[in-house]
Ligand binder design. Structure first.
Ligand code: GLY
Ligand code: MN
Length: 463
């Protein structure tokens, strides 16, 4: 769909005028020193290459779209180069009119003609403050219940959840760059190399391709720390590197991929068993993807594969069904199978369970409670499939879990994994791909990134 068709589709489903904000660049210390500008994803979905500090009014009564842009000044041309005129912006975007954002409140009071306005909260708190002011709504970005009115969230989510060919084309491009980064990091992984250096290899590869990291790169030999951003360790033989990194392209679309490999080029016997098990669970979950399949069932089915494998390894005891029902498998697989991916790496996560559970209730059981979505899959959805097995001291030594799962988890055997690598522990292994649900099954957008064990072992440290 073109940007203009997306705006028309949104207008058809709104009952009130809606104001969207792009947000501006966020400061990293003093006000003028900012992080690179990244527009709010909802704005980015409706406008190509938006400017910081923009807003837009969608009016369903007359089908108009008014774009609000910062007034042009000589200083802009001096500091930022030639800026397109309001006339060119109007033509480029194909909107009804372009007005000054500095006078947004005055323009809105004329255009609204007394009607109640809707808006969405965004990461930029100044824009959210303005959204609150023009709507009188109690909007808040970090509370899914307050990010916007439910009807607006549903209207936008129903457009953004199923990706069109033009969106998939962007995600295929970021998958290529993400492959380059993962392979480069695999090759550079020799004993003595630091995580910080490898992180530079990954993010340098993104940067050379005109991309940025879609999220803070997780790169560590302590893969059991799920969001480990420290990059403080030095690689040693016996370590397993976990890299969870994805590129984001100029259009804002993301990849989200995890691969693991052994420093020194060969997994230990335990590493090999865990790697093969996680891969088996991942491939199994991918094989279940088709329209109508319930994502929670994929999670549970992959969990049963992991549970059976952990029984075979002597870490769990009992039937796979019983272990997954009680949640004992979550001692080793404590998170959910995955999440939607698109303009956000956890696509539309700011809209909360209203969108990702759609009337269903999220479980409170440890492990399952972290499942980020419980939707019936539909053609066009892109989501991650990312099972893992981890040896987390805080979980495996929790007195509460040791009591609850004493007949099902062999904590003594788990201790042996925690003692590996000179006491640093086994770590964790996760394998993650970005999967498109097609009319008949799955297409793995990130399939070209090596994951067969022999291929990974052959690449590790060979740079
Ligand atoms: N890529 C990190 C995550 O999915 O949480
Ligand atoms: Mn992910």
């Amino acid at each position: 769909m073109s940007f203009s068709s997306r705006r028309q589709a949104l207008l058809r489903s709104l009952s009130r005028p809606l104001v969207l904000f792009s947000g501006g660049a966020l400061s990293r210390n003093y006000p003028a020193n900012t992080f690179p500008f990244r527009a709010d994803s909802n704005f980015l979905y409706f406008f190509e290459r938006p400017e910081p500090g923009s807003a837009a009014l969608f009016d369903p009564t007359d089908g108009s779209v008014t774009l609000f842009l910062p007034e042009r000044s000589l200083a802009d041309a001096l500091w930022h180069g030639e800026v397109e005129s309001f006339e060119s912006a109007k033509a480029r975007h194909g909107v009804t009119q372009v007005l000054e954002v500095e006078k947004l409140e005055a323009h809105l009071s004329t255009l609204a003609k007394g009607r109640q306005l809707d808006a969405l909260a965004v990461a930029d708190f100044k824009a959210t403050q303005r959204a609150r002011h023009v709507t009188g709504q109690e909007l808040q970005f970090d509370d899914p219940g307050k990010v916007g009115r439910g009807e607006v969230l549903d209207a936008i989510a129903s457009l953004r959840l199923a990706k069109g060919p033009e969106e998939l084309a962007e995600m295929r491009k970021t998958a290529v760059v993400t492959r380059e980064a993962h392979v480069a990091a695999m090759k550079a992984s020799k004993p003595g190399v630091t995580e910080a250096f490898l992180n530079g290899v990954v993010e340098g590869t993104f940067g050379r391709a005109g991309c940025v990291p879609a999220y803070e790169t997780i790169l560590s030999v302590r893969g059991e720390v799920l969001h480990n951003h420290g990059h403080e360790n030095t690689l040693a033989a016996g370590d397993i590197v976990l890299l969870d990194a994805g590129a984001e392209g100029r259009a804002g679309y993301c990849s989200d991929v995890t691969r693991c490999w052994p420093v020194g080029g060969a997994f230990s016997p335990e590493g090999r068993d865990v790697y093969e098990l996680v891969l088996k669970a991942e491939l199994h979950a991918i094989s279940l993807v088709k329209p109508g399949a319930r994502y929670r069932e994929l999670h549970l089915s992959a969990s049963r594969v992991l549970a059976q494998g952990l029984v075979d390894m002597g870490l769990l005891e009992g039937s796979a069904d019983g272990l997954v029902e009680s949640g004992a498998h979550a001692m080793f697989f404590p998170h959910g199978l995955g999440h939607q991916i698109g303009l956000d790496v956890h696509d539309l996560e700011a809209f909360g369970d209203r969108v990702h559970y759609r009337g269903r209730q999220r479980s409170t059981q440890f492990g399952l409670a972290y499942l980020r979505m419980d939707l019936d899959l539909a053609a066009g959805m892109v989501f991650s499939i990312e099972p893992g097995v981890y040896f987390v001291p805080a979980i495996l030594r929790s007195p509460e879990f040791r009591e609850r799962f004493k007949g099902q988890v062999h904590f003594d055997k788990a201790e042996r994994f925690l003692a590996m690598n000179g006491g640093r522990g086994f770590g964790g292994i996760r394998i993650e791909d970005d999967v498109l649900c097609t009319a008949t099954g799955a297409e793995v957008l990130t399939a070209a990134i090596p994951k067969a064990r022999a291929e990974i072992e052959a690449l590790a440290g060979q740079g």
